[in-house]
Design a protein around this ligand. Structure first.
Ligand code: EPZ
Length: 417
């Protein structure tokens, strides 16, 4: 089992180039199932979840190979409709193949995602929406057995709750449904928009008709396409917080600052200096960090995927802060580990009270989920001495070259087997 050793308390200085977005790549990879033509995808991040999704596509009969930085996918012989538990259980986004398989073949057997450290990860909104498109399904032995006897037919679907995955699954499925589908109360994360941009490149008839409403008219012919996925918004936010917590001075490149408006506003309120240019952000940390109360929310609110990271930062604030987690029911696994480093964070249901004026102490730590793991590294970067973070396979799921990028800007961090 690999672990990371972090020797803390130096300021990060220099430039970090942001990789492609994991959460844009996963639905886009699933959506390639719609096509029987060659698709070229660029800027996919080299992270475990992408490998898992590619393996899932291969298990369905897709041909996929990297040529230099390009992934070439060819689904000409793709004819399987069974997505096995062993692949879906490690990466819940595997459920995103359900929509395209039903759209293309009219039937599919896909493993239920199962829960994870941050919550039960239900898929009721996915299934309710697909039923509106004419899908019948039953859940049996941990699998969704779904079929559309008369093919998918367009419909009006309103999501009772904002869900990134359900929005993505339904958008993809509706692209081949007969007739028109309108989806309302959609998730509008930039990664969802990246998916719709990709689908339009494939020749799908997809149009945003309101802030959270989209209209899709089914097509029968999908084109060949080349597409480059957007930058990873959460990776960028993580390194912004890394600069703030180490009072460092970083230039974050290959990004669209406008998609990080909420994060930038929050960090400015906390007291760091931020200068944005067209594709980069310059961030200068500050000794004095102000406390702030934060609630996570669907985009354009503060992202739940940065909640653990901003919590580590707010431990350094002059006063106490409140953080409310409004998206997932159990996304405080990092609290116990941060408290072992000297933080004083009290959990009150889906809220935490974060005591300020904390100096983290180095410790032996355990990662529990992707974003919690990185919050431990941020804390360890400010702690004197050596911290060790175990179970870093969580990190490898979603951060490309993390140690390399941090080392390049002065962090003393190394991976040991
Ligand atoms: C996506 O997960 C992201 N994953 C998550 O990032 C992110 O935290 C989440 O959106 C919220 O932004 C990918 O894009 C691959 P949801 P997803 O459906 O689609 C409930 C990371 O760290 N819900 O928007 O699974 C659900 O339980 C990961 O990169 C239902 O009740 O999230 C949750 O409480 C973690 N029924 C809330 O909605 C459903 O059918 C939001 O979930 C679906 C979801």
């Amino acid at each position: 089992m690999q672990k990371l050793e972090v020797f803390g308390s130096n300021k990060l200085k220099g430039q970090i180039n942001i990789s492609g977005s994991k959460n844009a790549s996963l639905p886009i990879l699933a959506a390639t199932l719609l096509s029987n033509k060659k698709i070229y995808l660029r800027n996919l991040p080299k992270v475990k979840d992408i490998d898992t999704m590619i393996n899932l596509l291969k298990s369905l009969g897709s041909k996929a190979k990297f040529v230099k930085k390009n992934l070439i996918i060819n689904n000409f012989y793709q004819d399987k409709k069974f997505a096995a538990y062993k692949l879906v259980k490690t990466m819940r986004a595997g459920i995103l193949v359900l929509g395209p398989l039903l759209a293309k073949f009219g039937n599919a057997k896909v493993s239920l995602p199962g829960g994870c450290a941050i919550g039960s990860r239900p898929i009721d909104l996915h299934l309710k929406g697909l039923s509106k498109l004419g899908v019948k399904y039953k859940i049996d032995q941990g699998y969704v057995h779904a079929f559309a006897p008369k093919g998918l037919r367009g419909s009006k679907i309103h999501f009772s709750k904002i869900s990134v995955g359900a929005t993505e699954n339904l958008i993809i499925a509706a692209c081949l449904a007969k007739g028109t589908t309108t989806l309302t109360n959609c998730a509008i994360e930039p990664e969802v928009k990246d998916l719709t941009n990709f689908l339009i490149k494939l020749g799908c008839n997809v149009k945003w008709i309101g802030k959270r409403s989209i209209k899709i008219v089914g097509v029968s012919d999908i084109k060949q396409a080349t597409y480059s996925v957007m930058f990873d918004r959460i990776e960028a936010g993580t390194y912004l917080i890394a600069a703030a917590i180490t009072e460092g001075n970083l230039k974050i490149k290959n990004i669209i600052p406008g998609l990080l408006k909420t994060e930038i506003d929050i960090l400015k309120k906390i007291g760091v200096k931020i200068i944005t240019k067209n594709k980069e952000i310059k961030i200068i940390g500050n000794k004095k960090i102000k406390s702030l109360n934060i609630k996570t929310a669907p985009y354009p609110g503060f992202p739940t995927d940065l909640q653990a990271q901003i919590m580590a930062l707010l431990c350094k604030a002059k006063k106490d802060s409140f953080i409310e987690e409004k998206i997932f029911e159990n996304r405080f696994m990092h609290v116990a580990e941060l408290n072992r480093m000297g933080a004083q964070i009290k959990t009150l249901g889906n809220k935490v009270l974060v005591k300020g004026n904390i100096n983290f102490a180095s410790a032996e730590l355990m990662a529990t989920d992707l974003r919690a793991s990185v919050s431990l590294i941020l804390a360890a970067l400010t702690a004197k001495g050596k911290s060790t973070i175990n179970r870093i396979y969580h990190l490898d799921r979603g951060y490309e070259d993390l140690e390399k990028k941090l080392k390049k800007v002065g962090a003393k961090i190394r991976r040991i087997n």
